[in-house]
Design a protein around this ligand. Sequence first.
Ligand code: GLV
Length: 328
Amino acid sequence: MRPRVLVTLGIFPELLAQLRTQFEVEDNQTDRVLSPAELVRRLGDKDGALITGYDRIDASLLETCPRLKAACNLAVGYNNMDLPACTAHGVIATNTPDVLNDTTADLAFALLLAAARRITEAERWLRAGHWEGWRNDQMLGQDVHHATLGIVGMGQIGRAIARRAHGFDMRIIYHNRGRAPVELERALGARRVELDELLGTADFVCLALPYSPETHHLIDARRLGLMKANAILVNVGRGGLVDDAALVEALRTRRIAGAGLDVYEGEPALHAGFLALDNVALTPHIGSATRATRMQMGAVAAENLTAALSGRRPPNLLNPEVWEHRRR
Ligand code: GLV
């Protein structure tokens, strides 16, 4: 019998058709996020799952899924998966790195520019019929070129953001656990600094790091208080990196000048305070949302699933211990 697979989200029809050639597939083309109870119910008799970052794979779920061998995220971030629990239950966990680096960096730059040049605010104002002609002091924003960009998280996405910033003649500082390759630092003129120094120096702060219990509320009221009054915060990492209530307050009181956000605490709900503010550009978690990139992410996730269910090591294995264990 062919392996049974649950696809928890709507995917491109051609990818679904491809999966159906190998697996018995239960799909969810409605795109409605499955409730935890529904996930438990639908995953109970499956061998594999293609999932989104909203599907929580943890010990309590895994206990009810004795057949499950692989959980494959259609996302690079994997904070929805408890990796030690996956390993303990012999479940392979995978993600889709690399293919979305440039697309996500493009969005980070779009948000940075939108917040700096008040693009979304200006468009709302224009659409509302307020424009009466060119004025010297109309919608004054901030220069991006030659400003200082602080990148928090210098992984592949952070580096792609840095390359774009270099093209804008920005000064680049970054904070990361490890140091980026010296050649990269040299090529981009990038300098590694401590987080608090970065926050006190940068005109633009861009978050491009994963969420974990250690990075929960990395940017809280204290750290927002370190930022320059003209500073703009961009988050393309994950909701939860920023204390959104504290950010709303910092934006409302103009403690910082603005923000560009693609991810939120508790999304798809977001703090109502953001909606009342003009100095924040908001997008609905679309960092990797181009057709070409989502096609590639789908192909990568499918390859991980196929490999995992046919006894091959998946290319993007997140818990290698599970593999060693299987091979012993
Ligand atoms: C999207 O947020 C991802 O992690 O790929």
